[in-house]
Design a protein around this ligand. Structure first.
Ligand SMILES: C[S@@+](CC[C@H](N)C(=O)[O-])C[C@H]1O[C@@H](n2cnc3c(N)ncnc32)[C@H](O)[C@@H]1O
Length: 270
């Protein structure tokens, strides 16, 4: 059995990945406008971003006039974000145990964070707690392959074909759980959120070189990288080769484009 808990695996992984994570932020940043547009009059609103990574969403929210706090449990992510966006108050903090008083924020947002948490239900309860009545919680997660999520579907198929997906890793929550509207509705209702809405954001991953589809795993993922690290050298090389040759099916114009839609879920604290 592996020694680390899932949370430790994630914490160490994101801490190591902070410097290279911007390899994927042209992808995750495609969710920023849809998320922030859900807040009708954002100017002057108190917003908390949870699992902020390098802070691009918070930086944009502050640029639009929100008063923004942001937390991430990987200190190098927080330092990177703070160096970039002076108008945001960034802190090291745990989504599952927020260090804020009750009823403080008009909005809590979490972009591509919930699927990385050991106890996502706690994080949803924490978001509810720190929101004012009438406040809004919005999160995004990746859609599964059967809902158009080609990108992770493609990577996982290559791993399955040439390696082993059942490697000895700490047990984590299901990757696509909160992209299921029924699961999302029950998890939100359990802590008191009402009137959830669901919007698919048609995000696209773009690469310049075939190798980018391999590099993105090492530069900007934790669980997928851990699965590759656990393969034999031969299997790992075969997976790399399969990704590099398979990405040709996604060639568009002068590069590669693979669909990576996200589900945006938003609900209100009454
Ligand atoms: C996929 S990145 C998303 C970053 C950014 N929100 C974006 O949209 O690009 C996941 C982030 O969640 C953070 N994270 C994971 N578990 C966390 C936790 N328990 N508390 C706070 N942050 C956490 C990681 O450190 C990482 O920065």
């Amino acid at each position: 059995m592996s020694q680390k808990t899932f949370k430790e695996l994630e914490h160490d992984g994101w801490t190591e990945r902070a410097q290279s994570y911007d390899f994927i932020t042209p992808v995750t940043n495609q969710a920023i406008n849809p998320i922030l547009s859900g807040f009708a009059a954002i100017k002057g609103q108190r917003l908390l971003e949870v699992a902020c990574g390098p802070g691009h969403l918070s930086g944009e929210a502050a640029r639009r006039g929100a008063v923004v706090e942001a937390v991430d449990f990987a200190l190098p992510m927080v330092e990177l974000a703070a160096a970039r966006y002076a108008d945001v108050s960034f802190h090291e903090g745990d989504a599952e145990n927020l260090d804020y008083a009750d009823n403080l924020f008009d909005g809590v947002v979490c972009a591509f964070g919930l699927l990385h948490l050991q106890h996502p239900q706690r994080a949803i309860a924490q978001a509810y707690r720190v929101l004012k009545a009438g406040g809004r919680y919005t999160y995004t997660v990746w859609c599964p392959p059967d809902q158009g999520g080609e990108f992770f579907g493609f990577l996982m198929s290559a791993i399955q074909a040439h390696g082993d997906l059942n490697v000895d890793l700490p047990e984590g929550p299901p990757f696509y759980r909160f992209a299921d509207p029924h699961e999302a509705s029950s998890a939100l209702a359990l802590v008191g959120f009402a009137q959830p809405s669901f919007t698919t954001i048609p995000i696209v991953w773009r690469g310049q070189e075939p190798r980018d589809a391999v590099d993105v795993i090492y530069k900007a993922t934790v669980r997928t990288k851990a699965i590759l690290d656990a393969q034999s050298d031969d299997a790992r090389n075969a997976i790399h080769d399969a990704i590099i040759s398979g990405v040709e099916q996604f060639r568009r114009n002068d590069g590669f484009e693979i669909a990576l839609p996200a589900l945006m879920v938003s609900a209100e604290k009454l």
